[in-house]
Design a protein. Structure first.
Length: 559
């Protein structure tokens, strides 16, 4: 708990009324007595059943927002195990506390908000950190309650519920320490997780396995009842690693994740929009979700879909390839239907995983006919290598990939860059043009003639590599259309050195023909350099031109 020095004192009811309504106490009393006005409606729970929502009407809600601001002057919930209604915390941070555990035990508190009655709320305002007078505490409790209970739907209810659970959280955290468990609470969801090897090693004081399904153990149940809460027996779950372990709706077996069915639902909604148009998709939404809405008017289809995608982003992160692909399809539909541009979703294109790395790497082919070889089976000549997207919009490869000197029939032929084609991870042919080149550095910068924002991009490594570091070379050695990108793990054997005025590093493994122009990555998938030559070539080094040389060519481009 963090206690703050309040901005102003509240010595009497007149001062309280001035703070909340900017008028006398009689005006405040007329608004809140005999009963604050609410609108009550029900929504269907995903797990079944009905949830009743008490939404305060406009004037009462405005008073409650002022009351919430007053509460926050005195108190902010920063208890470690509390992740609901706390700044900087969410269901994701709640789930993260239970990663890499062997068992997860979830307990739901029944009628959580209604269990916090008027007397408990008044008691909160009478005690530290508030210590208001009895009259002020009573008025504030009346503002925060409906029919003598904490309503689900008032802006003050979340923080009041956390205040009411302070001692519960302390006792349950102590219980977790006692039995080497991890405890968190998100609103009415209580979670304990354990690292024991066998289910029989779980502490019976927390998890009672004598009956099926399991029940809260004696000590856990005693603490919950001591603080005037009840367990919802239908929502007590024990899950091990052999099954999908869930915490506040997210799986925690490996990393916080949404259930697979949630992603399938998003894909289905996008597919419906793509196939039937937005109006057809709207009909689909109305038939599927209208029973969960407070009124018969469905929200705009794209807003519902956007909310689901933002939730996916929150859980998996903006760099998730699943989110990025779905968000890109959603953004395309927003453009197609000419909806508000601010409806589009943010997509991080920085390479963050191996899938992104593959999508940001291309095979490159240069094909050219030479009149001198007309009629011979050697014509046309083909040069191949690798290219990659770098710094958002530039495509990088080697100069010798697009302008090689080839010896045929005792003659030397040089490509003139007339036909350069690159192929993405789906073998789709894409067009590019030469933007800048430097023969001495063996670097070429290509400009895409396609929408490069559909692909991830590599960024420079944050740190220079050191001898012994394990690096990765991406590329297409001995390229054929059926081959996927090759990943070669190698070791840095020579740190940065100069050769003919160009800075290089040298790697242990051979840079094979076709790898030229490919990115060389560190363990964080940052680019440390460009694969330029192999030890089997004339000069005999597995040389990598450092990113400084690529950046120099890019910076020379006149915009």
């Amino acid at each position: 708990m963090a206690i703050h020095t309040p901005l102003s004192t509240i010595p009497d009811l007149e001062k309280l009324a001035d703070r909340l309504v900017g008028n006398s106490y009689s005006v405040l009393a007329d608004l809140i007595y005999p009963k604050p006005r609410y609108k009550t409606f029900s929504i269907a729970k995903k797990s079944g059943g009905i949830r009743t929502i008490d939404a305060p009407k406009k004037k009462i809600k405005a008073i409650q927002w002022k009351t919430l601001a007053l509460i926050k002057e005195y108190y902010q919930c920063v208890k470690t195990p509390v992740h609901g209604f706390a700044k900087g915390k969410s269901i994701v941070t709640n789930a993260q506390q239970h990663l890499e555990k062997t068992f997860v035990f979830n307990v739901d508190l029944e009628d959580f908000f209604p269990s916090i009655h008027f007397g408990r709320v008044r008691g909160i305002f009478l005690k530290k950190p508030f210590e208001f007078s009895y009259d002020i505490a009573s008025v504030l409790a009346h503002i925060c309650c409906k029919d003598g209970k904490l309503p689900q739907g008032a802006p003050t209810s979340p923080v009041i519920s956390n205040l009411a659970c302070r001692r519960l959280d302390s006792d349950l955290q102590e219980l977790a320490r006692k039995y080497r468990a991890t405890y968190t609470r998100y609103c009415d969801d209580i979670t304990f997780s354990f690292s024991v090897k066998r289910i029989t090693d779980l502490p019976k004081q927390i998890v009672d396995q004598r009956a099926f399904p399991v029940n809260p153990g004696t000590e856990l149940l005693a603490i919950i009842e001591k603080h005037s809460f009840r367990v919802n027996s239908g929502k007590v779950r024990l899950e091990g690693r052999s099954k999908r372990m869930q915490v506040t709706g997210l799986t925690v077996n490996e990393q916080p994740n949404v259930p697979r069915i949630f992603v399938h639902e998003i894909r289905g909604m996008i597919h419906a929009w793509e196939r039937y148009g937005r109006n057809g998709a709207e009909t689909y939404l109305a038939s599927k979700y209208s029973r969960q809405l407070r009124n018969p008017v469905s929200p705009p289809f794209h807003n519902v879909l956007r909310g689901k995608l933002l939730f996916l982003k929150m859980v998996r992160g903006a760099s998730s390839p699943v989110y990025a692909r779905l968000a890109a399809r959603y953004n395309s539909l927003i453009d197609h239907d000419k909806l508000q541009p601010n409806s589009k979703l943010p997509i991080s294109r920085t390479v963050a995983n191996d899938i992104d790395a593959v999508r940001a790497t291309f095979a490159i082919e240069c094909v050219q006919d030479f009149p001198e070889l007309a009629g011979l089976e050697l014509s046309p000549l083909v040069s191949s290598g690798t290219a990659f997207i770098y710094r958002e919009k530039y495509i990088v490869t080697c100069w010798h990939v697009i302008s090689p000197r080839i010896e045929k029939l005792g003659k030397s032929f040089t490509f003139d860059e007339a036909s350069i084609e690159i192929y993405d991870y789906k073998k789709k042919k894409l067009q590019v043009t030469v933007l800048a080149k430097c023969k001495d550095r063996d670097v070429v910068i290509l400009a895409p003639k396609f929408d490069v924002t559909e692909y991830p991009y590599f960024s420079p490594a944050q740190l220079s590599p050191s001898s012994g570091d394990i690096l990765q070379i991406l590329g297409f050695p001995n390229y054929q259309m059926s081959k996927k990108v090759s990943r070669t793990k190698t070791e840095l054997i020579t740190e940065q050195y100069a050769k003919h005025g160009v800075q290089y590093i040298e790697v242990k493994d051979t840079i094979r023909k076709g790898n030229s122009g490919g990115p060389v990555l560190d363990s964080n998938r940052g680019v440390v350099g460009l694969a330029v030559e192999g030890a089997t070539q004339a000069e005999g080094d597995n040389g990598v031109a450092v990113t400084l040389e690529i950046d120099h060519v890019i910076d020379s481009i006149v915009v």
